[in-house]
Design a protein around this ligand. Structure first.
Ligand SMILES: Cc1ncc(COP(=O)(O)O)c(C=O)c1O
Ligand SMILES: N[C@@H](CCCC[NH3+])C(=O)O
Length: 463
């Protein structure tokens, strides 16, 4: 069951013969786990949410992020049902805008934010503040003030400085925020090093092994203006192996016992974070939310029974697993360059500014010709962007049909998480629009940036 994050070779000049792709099967196929649930071909053309992608490109332009609204809502419902006796807080960092915040509220989820900006979006969406959790390893004073003034449900403290700051700000305002202590459980999550967050040698949380976590609990309890409600742990992201979650849950339960023994206090909540992997390429096997819920409930329950503790209320914080599979990026092909004996470079009208994950983590993606079907032979390709970097790669190795040509639309699957939210304006490229599709209708939920947007912050324009 241990599937490691697909972190391929980075920046290596991998020749096709050294890194053969599995033979292309059906280049037109849409593997259900990888594509949004509504994705299908009609007369050869990809449709998402009942809408023809050629129509989407024509109306809204490319590159375009397309979200299957019903796919996102259904996954949220499945998590909410699996954790019916706990809480599911969507991790907004995966992708947040007011529409998505409202969908997820309607489906019964709470929300995690990790910056003043994400909090501002949540508030603009009218998300109930008591269902918002505020995360971050270096929240500024201004952000903490904003969170306290808004009355967010929980603040997850991550440093001794933050505990002192929060205590001071709460006292100043005469409020008593609910607080969780983020614990570094020492778990080595099987994922890419950049997105593993519970081993000791990184910036998040209070170490369990050094005793810092218990010290943080002592310091929070010493401040009567803070209400300690539980412990938090997040071991990393894009994880397929459940062992890490199980070890973390076990270690947190042990800490709950120590806190009970030292302070005579049984903390009512345990937040086990997010990190559930999704399918990007064939062979990725995501977990079913119910299986995750059953396993976490069983581990924590067993530990609690063993130590005579009441079962705490469990919270999880999936981000990618809610919005990832429902999102697709549509690009238009601009150039097709055959590099003799190596591969064909297919350049599209976006790239690392709308999907940095390939360059950053060596992430793998699935891509198909979307505007038509083709029965041409497969050609070994690399899907690249338009930026001034040779590392500007969207899909490192893939098969595309030999008759692919300029003007064709290609679609990259499972780009709903950490693509638009990590997008940049590198090379002053405007960030793409985001469109929601459902029941044959499409609507813009985040509009495309314009040159005016790009110049808006330049203080000397026109001077
Ligand atoms: C504290 C916290 N919770 C939840 C998440 C969501 O992770 P994922 O999108 O992998 O579910 C993250 C991001 O990794 C995180 O840092
Ligand atoms: N941004 C990462 C996930 C890290 C989430 C933040 N803790 C990704 O694209 O996979």
């Amino acid at each position: 069951m241990s599937r490691v994050h697909p972190a391929g070779p980075r920046h290596a000049d991998v020749l096709p013969e050294e890194h053969p792709l599995p033979p292309a099967d059906d280049l037109n196929a849409l593997e259900p786990r990888i594509w949004p649930r509504s994705a299908k071909r009609e007369n050869g053309v990809l449709h998402v949410g009942g809408v023809d992608v050629r129509e989407l490109a024509e109306r809204f332009g490319t590159p375009l992020f397309v979200y299957d609204e019903e796919d996102v809502r259904a996954r949220a419902r499945e998590y909410a049902a699996a954790f019916h006796d706990g809480e599911v807080h969507y991790a907004g960092k995966a992708f947040l805008c007011t529409a998505v915040a409202r969908w997820l509220h309607e489906e019964g989820l709470g929300l995690d934010v990790c910056s003043g900006g994400e909090l501002a979006v949540a508030l603009a969406a009218g998300f109930p503040v008591e269902r918002i959790t505020f995360h971050g390893n270096n929240k500024s004073l201004a952000e903490l003030e904003k969170a306290l003034d808004a009355g967010v449900g929980r603040i997850v403290v991550d440093s001794f400085e933050e505990i002192a700051r929060l205590g001071y700000l709460a006292q100043e305002r005469g409020v008593r925020p609910k607080v969780m202590v983020r614990v570094t459980t020492g778990v080595e999550a099987h994922t890419h090093e950049f997105i593993a967050t519970a081993h000791d040698d990184q910036k998040f949380g209070f170490s369990r092994s050094s005793g810092a976590a218990l010290e943080a609990v002592r310091r929070v309890l010493a401040l009567s203006q803070l209400e300690l409600v539980g412990l938090h742990s997040h071991i990393g992201s894009q994880i397929f192996d459940t062992d890490g979650f199980e070890v973390a849950a076990h270690r947190l339960a042990e800490l709950l016992v120590k806190i009970r023994d030292e302070h005579g206090l049984e903390l009512p909540e345990l937040d086990l974070g997010g990190g559930y992997g999704i399918a990007y390429v064939p062979g990725d096997e995501p977990h079913d939310p119910k299986a995750i819920a059953d396993s976490l409930r069983e581990i924590v329950g067993r530990e609690c029974r063993a130590y005579g503790l009441a079962m705490p209320r469990l919270t999880v914080e999936p981000g990618r697993a809610i919005v990832g599979p429902g999102g697709v990026t549509l690009y238009q092909v601009g150039t097709v360059k055959d590099v003799e004996g190596l591969r064909t470079y297919v350049s599209v009208d976006g790239g690392m500014s709308d999907n940095i994950r390939t360059a950053l983590y060596g992430a793998e993606y699935t891509c198909v010709l979307a505007s038509r079907e083709s029965d041409a032979a497969p050609m070994l390709s690399r899907l690249v962007g338009k930026h001034c970097e040779s590392g500007d790669i969207v899909v490192r190795d893939l098969w595309l049909p030999k008759d692919l040509s300029v003007g064709d639309l290609v679609a990259v699957a499972a780009t709903g998480a950490y693509c638009r939210s990590m997008a940049s304006n590198y090379n002053y490229v405007p960030r793409p629009a985001v469109v929601a599709v459902r029941d044959g209708e499409a609507r813009v939920i985040v509009r495309r940036e314009t040159d005016e947007d790009l110049l808006r912050l330049d203080a000397e324009v026109g001077v």
